[in-house]
Design a protein around this ligand. Structure first.
Ligand SMILES: O=P(O)(O)OC[C@H]1O[C@H](O[C@H]2O[C@H](CO)[C@@H](O)[C@H](O)[C@H]2O)[C@H](O)[C@@H](O)[C@@H]1O
Length: 338
């Protein structure tokens, strides 16, 4: 048995005993192995990946649920461990690091409580980024702010004008799903989550009908799906991929050829960011010439079951995410010391 499989099996046992709910505990190891050939473990490939990162500026993007904290039944108690917090803090000291999540920005900050990283909530529709001259000329949805330490930031909320309609939808959802046992609604500020992890299979059809009926009254809004969750989003063309590009821009890193973004995430919404790392292009000036090239980066999916993904690499679970971040920090620490 190879090392990643062993780690995977051990961490799987650990997740069962700590009563988290991985999507599927009944793993077909044969198919996981063949899936790993297409999406190799980022732990096993670490040396190779890091070799490709020599002389490049690594920029880290991390999803929260299922990536930094294990999936649990109650979204209100999806805490990250102190060990994970400490390693995210360490990588945040070495590399510009951002969390991009479907949660509200405030909620994810409550969970993470680190001030040396950036946060994008509501699938990137609420970004707090460093105040830099952006390529974006449209300041309509931007506001300047200062944190507790006096650092200047910009807050970007491109779905701001939909807030009144979002609140109406929220109210309707509450009324129409009240009678269904186990439903949990989560207000993520610019999007809403309808959790059905604790809804019985018999009631699921009814819940889906109610959610769709609410959307019939607000047809411009979109319904997307994640892990045992339906998400309602406003009609703007903005997702985690756009947020990644926005953050690179506001960090002043979108137009240099020595930048290597790494994105780690576990859910369908993270595929938008993986896609940016595969298909997007960048422009920069070299020797007074405008160069146009494919954006380079590493996309890493966190999953314990084989699945369709645009990500190039994989990690089995949050324990492996922590190990990967520890490897990165150690590589940087040792490199800086020598
Ligand atoms: O993009 P993400 O940050 O991954 O947001 C997707 C949803 O994440 C959270 O729900 C998921 O995690 C919960 C806690 O482990 C779990 O109970 C739920 O079943 C998962 O879907 C968050 O609570 C949702 O609002 C996000 O939409």
């Amino acid at each position: 048995m190879g090392i990643p499989r062993l780690i995977a099996k051990l961490s799987n046992l650990k997740s069962v005993s700590s009563s988290t709910c991985d999507e599927d505990m009944d793993i077909n190891w044969h198919s996981y192995d063949s899936w790993l050939e297409k999406h190799p473990s980022a732990l096993v490939e670490f040396q190779k990946m890091i070799h490709g990162a020599e002389r490049k500026k690594i920029v880290l993007f991390l999803d929260y649920d299922g990536t930094l904290s294990p999936i649990v039944n109650d979204p209100d108690i999806a805490f990250m461990s102190d060990k994970m917090r400490s390693v995210v803090h360490e990588v945040g000291c070495f590399f510009p690091t951002s969390i991009i999540t479907g949660r509200s920005r405030e909620k994810v900050y409550e969970f993470v409580r680190l001030d040396n990283i950036y946060y994008a909530g509501s699938h990137g529709m609420d970004i707090m980024a460093p105040l830099q001259p952006l390529r974006i000329k449209d300041w309509k949805y931007h506001a300047k702010t200062v944190d507790r330490k006096g650092n200047k930031f910009v807050i970007y909320q491109p779905a701001n004008k939909y807030l009144p309609e979002i609140n109406q939808i929220q109210k309707l959802l509450k009324e129409r799903t009240a009678a269904i046992e186990g439903v949990k609604l989560e207000d993520n500020k610019f999007c809403m989550s309808v959790h059905f992890r604790n809804v019985s299979d018999e009631d699921f059809g009814k819940l889906e009908e109610e959610v769709k009926s609410v959307l019939e009254d607000h047809p411009r809004f979109r319904l997307t799906r994640g892990k045992k969750v339906m998400e309602i989003r406003p009609p703007i063309n903005w997702d985690k991929g756009h947020a990644l590009e926005y953050l690179l821009d506001s960090l002043g890193l979108s137009s240099s050829n020595d930048v290597l973004p790494i994105y780690i995430g576990d859910d369908t919404s993270d595929e938008d960011a993986f896609e940016v790392l595969i298909y997007s292009e960048q422009y920069f000036v070299m020797n007074k010439r405008l160069i146009h090239q494919k954006r380079q980066g590493y996309s890493i999916i966190v999953t314990s079951i084989p699945r369709e993904t645009r990500a190039s690499y994989s990690l089995y679970d949050t324990t492996e995410v922590m190990m990967f971040l520890e490897y990165l920090a150690k590589w940087k620490r040792v490199g800086s010391a020598s």
